[in-house]
Design a protein around this ligand. Sequence first.
Ligand SMILES: Nc1ncnc2c1ncn2[C@@H]1O[C@H](COP(=O)(O)OP(=O)(O)OP(=O)(O)O)[C@@H](O)[C@H]1O
Length: 770
Amino acid sequence: MRSPEPHTPPPAEALLHGQFASWGSGSNGNNNSCPNSPGGPGGLSPAASPTLSPASNYALTLTHTHIHVQRLSPRTGKEARLLLPLSELVGCSCPRAPAPPLLVLYWYPPGKRRKGVSRRRQLRAYLAESRPEAERWSAAVQCLLRGVTVTADTEFSRSLLPRPRRLLLLVNPFSGRGQAMQWCQTHILPMVREANISYNLIQTERQNHARELIREISLPEWDGIIIISGDGLLHEVINGLMERPDWEQAIKIPVGILPCGSGNALAGSINHNAGYDMCLREPLLLNCCFLLCRGGVQPMDLVSVTTSPGPSHNGRSASPRRLFSFLSVAWGFVSDVDIESERYRGLGSARFTLGTLVRIASLRSYKGRLSYLPPSVVTHSPDGTPPPPRRPLSRSITEGLEGFCKAPIHRTSSDMGIKGEGALQGREPCGVDVAREADEEVETCFSLQETRRTLRKNSAPSSQIANTLFNQPALGQQADPESRTPYGVEVMDLNGTYFQRDPYPLDTRERSSTISSPFRHSPFSYKSKPLDQNQNVARPRPLSLLQHSHSNSLPPKLPSLSLSLSPTPPSSPSCASPHASSYLVPRPNTPGSTSPSPSFRTPASSFNFDIADSAGSVKNRPFALPFNPPRDDLLPPLDQPLPTRDWVTIEGDFVLVLALYQSHLGADLHAAPQARFDDGLIHLTFVRAGISRATLLRLFFAMERGSHHSLSSPYVSHVSCRAFRLQPLSTRGTLTVDGELVPYGPLQAQVHPSMARLIVGNSGEKITRF
Ligand SMILES: Nc1ncnc2c1ncn2[C@@H]1O[C@H](COP(=O)(O)OP(=O)(O)OP(=O)(O)O)[C@@H](O)[C@H]1O
């Protein structure tokens, strides 16, 4: 942890100077650290005042930044001086009579620079000559902690102090490993009291309880809303605020988080922003609680996310949903791990590590289309306002995508396909004719099932996966370049329950530039199975690892040949290659985009979004937008085509797409090192199918240190944007927003800079106090 370098200020900076005696028994009474004292003002209840033993005398000097303590008697060597940085104090008090006239300082110096070493509470009490003197000092220190402007001429008294801050504390008792209430008692409430903060604490009783509460309460009564939980509860609070008719003022109320969840991404970002080393559990909690007590609020971007409708009710078709997100949108690997690792909840944050290993062992890829609006483009509004001059499109495409453009498209590997990578060998090369053949072939039930059987036959048992996990390159890397699919067609998403609907028809241009799934008119009817999505509502779920480590209930991923067509060839020379046509390339939505060769075209109606039913009735409860919701001026409605200029589109098979707007994806996952709370950007990371398991694992390991951007892999890309649209083309998958499941289907998002306010402590710029 960083701690300010102590320095001896010039005497001119002194605000107060006075003499104090030690308080407590014994000759070392003034070094009275009481880390285990109960809460309240340092455990200094008047009745419990120990016998005074003024064995030592001290000279205290208060400056704007420090309290200098000099022992006057008995004079000893090096212990005689102490410098207390005000930046490490959470509060100060002068206990009322009949307690002696004490100046009590609540000091939380940071732990040593070692992972996991927590800040420790040290209570220091000094006996003043008189009560008014003790009160004057207490008022002076509190003025400095609360940011009241003072000088050496200030007459310090309590009247200078702003009223105590009032916080609404919302606790999810089941978050993380269910320790939130315990930590409230042992860590949070004592520190909050020492900071002279008033509070009301409410335990949530069910999912969406906080959201409903926040929609109703009178906000002016509170200076801030603090979540004592994981990121999910803050998601509820943000959306509760945005669903109020007075959302414009409501969303400006400072929000804070005290991490008691499993992931604690925002807390990790706050901890990092304050300059502290990465830490977890109680050390992280103490850091965040300390920063909260210090005050300090910074603007925070919110991202407006429009998701597909949930299941229709009573025959009425549902409409797209809008919600507000402070953390992330994830599709593929990351959301899978998030949701599937619910079963390991008892492990705390280790659940994600285990979930990652399990998912890497059975790696899946998902077909989809990702479009984004790069930040460098000063865009026009989708309602037709003429665009200002902009940078050449080709530049915005290639930025951050060099490796991406160079990479040839490969067949994607099956998650079980270590031994069975040749599962499709009989079907390749998958050129135009083969694509046609495939189109015809998969129209029949027989072919479909046969292919599925072939795939299964060629799948590796899990023991082989374990043995070969880190030895085998991914399928795409092994493939013979000659046999690479120049234009793949998704022919292998053969789960027998393929389902497409057409609530969001694409415009002709988009349709025509896209090879459709041949299953559009599949004879297989969709059997709506209640997915386990969104059903993580019955928390807590104390599930043991042993019970679930072998759970393999997830549907097997079947390999697919993917296709991405670029209507315009890659414009960057770096993308030029003999295999250019087989590259998975970013696709500018230029008006002049040409359709792919008719040979590859399928009927215009054959491309659709796939919307699988979501079973989450609780999480996806109807939500009420305010009358005048903030407008997504960069985005057309979800069922309309994107603007034809400025946007970049990438289509193909993805292992993951992650949109992050905080620096951390979990307290120990520094996934977007460049992100700032209010940078007005969405940081996109996407990983293409074809990446080897070992590389993916390396990526996540590097993410812990935030060094993954230097990991060179043609399958991994990092770009920033201000808006994006994600269109999953695989029938199954999970989409999460802030770690919460949302209906699977097309989704789009736009950043709204500095919309909310986050309590982050005093470090950083643009800090205001709450
Ligand atoms: N009393 C409650 N009972 C059950 N669920 C609750 C309750 N209070 C809140 N929830 C829901 O629990 C879910 C998880 O909460 P939260 O995200 O805060 O904890 P977590 O999942 O342990 O942490 P993280 O998101 O950091 O991994 C949220 O969707 C929230 O809405």
